[in-house]
Design a binder for this molecule. Structure first.
Ligand SMILES: CC(C)(COP(=O)(O)OP(=O)(O)OC[C@H]1O[C@@H](n2cnc3c(N)ncnc32)[C@H](O)[C@@H]1OP(=O)(O)O)[C@@H](O)C(=O)NCCC(=O)NCCS
Length: 181
């Protein structure tokens, strides 16, 4: 795992501004995607495509003129997929104040001859590397469970008559529990 780290850095320019004059979230997402692509493709030794953004929360805005640094590494691998964890920091250059902006996880898939292709096993040597790998496996398992549950629940929702939908709209009980009943 330690050998998979890569850093991408960029000063944010007025081209990256949203209407409030802060950095547009999409500009940061594009940098996260580029970092995930570089980390995963170097690791797999072939081009990797973005399958999913696991979750990205923006805790604080990034200002125009700040230096954004993205530190990415492979945190978990499946058969053909690679989870890349990216820590994003922003530095105000005039004061050198550096702060953590977010941590993103992106699932990339290795492609050869147009289809998904096996990736090397990830070697985890330290306690922290093993903890990170197992956390990635948990995310993978929970994502799969959630996708299956969501498909079941949507099937139940789609089968409801309009009266039942009105009843559900009026009720504040947890929706998933009502649909399972
Ligand atoms: C990602 C993609 C290659 C997966 O293709 P697929 O036919 O579903 O491939 P498979 O079923 O063999 O799955 C391959 C791996 O991707 C993972 N995967 C597929 N879709 C996923 C998703 N939405 N979220 C997380 N992982 C996903 C599978 O779990 C599997 O992982 P594993 O091999 O480690 O077990 C395909 O959906 C694709 O090409 N998507 C578009 C990618 C792209 O263009 N991205 C840029 C968008 S502009």
């Amino acid at each position: 795992m330690a050998d998979t780290y890569l850093r991408l850095a960029q000063i944010m320019t007025p081209n990256d501004a949203n209407v409030l004059g802060k950095v547009f979230g999409g500009s940061i997402l594009a940098l996260i995607d580029l970092t995930a692509s570089a980390v995963s493709s170097k690791y797999a030794g072939t081009v990797c495509v973005t399958a999913a953004f696991d979750r990205v929360d923006f805790h604080q805005p990034v200002e125009i003129g700040e230096l954004v640094e993205l530190d990415g590494h492979v945190s978990y691998v499946g058969r053909t997929s690679i989870e890349v964890t990216i820590d994003v920091h922003a530095t105000r250059l005039t004061t050198q104040e550096r702060r953590h902006v977010n941590t993103a996880r992106v699932v990339m898939v290795a492609i050869r001859d147009g289809s998904s292709s096996p990736v090397p096993r990830l070697i985890c040597e330290t306690r922290d590397e093993k903890r990170q790998y197992l956390a990635g496996r948990l995310r993978r398992e929970l994502r799969d469970q959630r996708r299956a549950q969501m498909a079941d629940l949507l099937e139940k929702l789609n089968a409801c008559e309009e009266d039942r939908l009105s009843q559900l709209m009026d009720s504040t009980d947890p929706l998933a529990e009502q649909l399972w009943r």
